[in-house]
Design a protein around this ligand. Structure first.
Ligand code: XMP
Length: 548
């Protein structure tokens, strides 16, 4: 269920961009709708379904070019509109003079409010289904035939068709007064239009499996809402740099915690482009970094980009604090606290700093706004939210409205080295998220060395860029091995390789046995103290990607 508190339409470097908003009813594809619209060139935001109608009105009433809302999309939902607890937006939305597209649950909600009949779960459809449709602005350019009308079911075989992706239990059975634009075998009202302004589709145009789904969304954005193409990576970079300059002013100074990950690296580069060496980056070696990471970060930012850096070797301090801590959440909290303390000390030493730049990205904010979600907890460790207040700093978050893939595009535009650009995401608590139980130097060594081998083998076999994350996990379990003639106990290393979209769900990668075999051989041969290697074959959910 979406978070009811997250109601505001956010502002950032995108301030002033006309946009489309997606009302999030909790559907599995809500983020995907936003992504697709942005990919099509229109700035799009996800907002909570119960946003106050006045706030929407304000966004609609402003002048073009001043952040005007040009269209509203209502997302899908795991709920049936007949559930008493199902999310419902203000019905006044339909009276606003603005184009609306309801998708799945969104379409059912429109039909329900407009007095249609939404049948409960009798003829559910999941997966690919053939849609018969007639020409309309929504389906313009999708078929060559140009058939402009049909009577449902009479003209099967004559209407143009496409394959669409369905995922619904309830069905819109009737919607008097609407122009029915499409139907399927089980859904008599699979696409409709009311007053030339309100559209609904039972299927998911945002999902790749829907043929010409992108064209349907394109028609909505450009033909129906009249949007301008205002969202490209080049324009983002230009606007973000301009916005940072404006915010920081001509003599403001900024500090940024650099981890070497793509988010903080991109943030630092953007700020550096805007204000040069009035930015100082603080890079803390917490002893939980990947093999070679420290050297690479220093080389990239200090030598290559010539940025002002403060390097802090805090390995001992972190390891001391982590001694005896076994619980995963306690480890994260501890790492977060120590990081904040170190950062605070270093920032104070710099003196005269006005701003803190942080690499928060869109899913961090949206996910962590959802109370009780896993993501809200996973981000707690590196939440330096308390820092700006403690240090009296103002916060700059230049990529806070970007998805991970968009951050990568921005980084590419800024000439980030491929090594950083293509590296897999790495959690804030570093290897501590992959060492089960107490974090010791020996377990860190095993985790670091084994992970390095996993990555090397993937790179060599051409798999590295095809997977989301790949690493080794180590805990306290030991198993018997034979070394020469002697039996000995050693650690069990688990290899985890997953594919994922934005880390919200994940599946283990079906790697060829040959690749797994060479990983296993190398780990047992090259990493001292390992006797067994296993492969993690659970998906998210129910597992998470990181073990702790
Ligand atoms: P899980 O393990 O929850 O992870 O499936 C989802 C994604 O988030 C990353 N992750 C983290 N990132 N701080 C971070 O910045 C964390 O504490 C943290 N925990 C997990 C993880 O690597 C995966 O990509």
């Amino acid at each position: 269920m979406p978070n009811p508190k997250r109601n505001s339409i956010m502002e950032g470097a995108e301030k002033g961009k006309d946009k489309v908003v997606v009302l999030d009813f909790g559907g599995q594809y809500s983020h995907l709708i936003v992504r697709r619209c942005r990919d099509l060139g229109v700035y799009t935001e996800l907002i909570s379904y119960d946003i106050a109608i006045e706030e929407l009105k304000r966004g609609i009433e402003v002048e073009e070019g001043e952040g005007k809302i040009k269209g509203i999309i209502l997302s899908g939902s795991p709920f049936s509109i007949h559930d008493s607890s199902s999310p419902k937006c203000s019905y006044e939305i339909l009276d606003l003079n603005i184009p609306i597209l309801g998708i799945c649950y969104g379409a059912q909600l429109i039909a329900y409010v407009e007095g249609g009949v939404v049948g409960e779960g009798r003829k559910a459809e999941f997966g690919r289904t053939e849609l018969l449709f007639k020409d309309s602005e929504l389906f313009e350019g999708i078929s060559e035939s140009g058939i402009s009308s049909y009577r449902a079911c009479d003209v099967v075989g004559q209407s143009p068709t496409i394959n669409v992706w369905m995922s619904h239990g309830d069905v819109i059975e009737r919607l008097d007064g609407a122009d029915i634009l499409g139907y399927t075998r089980n859904t008599p009202v699979a696409a409709f239009r009311i007053n030339d302004r309100i559209y609904g589709v039972q299927f998911h145009p945002e999902v790749h499996h829907t043929e010409k789904g992108a064209k349907i969304l394109w028609n909505f954005l450009y033909k129906i809402c009249g949007c301008e193409r205002n969202w490209t990576i080049e324009s983002f970079v230009r606007d973000a740099i301009g916005e940072i300059k404006r915010e920081v002013g001509s003599d403001g100074r900024v500090v940024c915690g650099l981890s070497g990950g793509i988010d903080s690296s991109t943030t630092a580069l953007l700020v550096n482009k805007a204000i040069g060496d009035r930015l100082t980056c603080i890079f803390v070696d917490n002893g939980l970094l990947r093999k070679g990471e420290k050297e690479e970060v220093l080389n990239t930012f200090e030598n290559n980009f010539k940025m002002k850096m403060v390097f802090v070797d805090a390995k001992e301090r972190f390891l001391n604090e982590l001694r005896g801590v076994k619980d995963a959440e306690a480890k994260r909290r501890m790492i977060g606290e120590v990081f904040i303390n170190i950062f605070e000390e270093e920032a104070k030493k710099l003196g005269n700093v006005d701003f803190l730049a942080q690499g928060t990205i869109y899913p961090d904010r949206i996910e962590s706004a959802r109370s009780g979600s896993v993501a809200s907890r996973i981000k707690s460790h590196h939440n330096v939210g308390a820092l700006p207040e403690k240090l009296g700093l103002k916060l700059i978050e230049p990529i806070k409205n970007l998805y991970k893939d968009e951050v990568r595009e921005v980084a590419k535009e800024l000439n980030m080295p491929l090594q950083i650009l293509n590296q897999h995401p790495f959690p804030g608590p570093g290897l501590a998220a992959r060492v089960i139980g107490e974090v010791t130097e020996d377990k860190l060594r095993i985790c670091r060395e084994a992970s390095w081998i996993v990555e090397e083998e993937l790179k060599q076999s051409g798999w590295y860029n095809k997977v989301w994350q790949a690493f080794a996990v180590v805990g306290d379990d030991v198993a018997t091995g034979v070394l020469g003639d002697a039996r000995s106990l050693g650690r069990i290393v688990t290899i985890r390789v997953v594919e994922s979209k934005e880390a919200m769900t994940a599946d283990f990668v079906k790697l060829p046995y040959k690749v797994l075999e060479s990983m296993s051989k190398r780990i047992t041969n090259e990493v001292k103290g390992v006797t067994w290697v296993t492969y993690a074959i659970s998906s998210k959910p129910p597992s998470t990607i990181e073990p702790c």
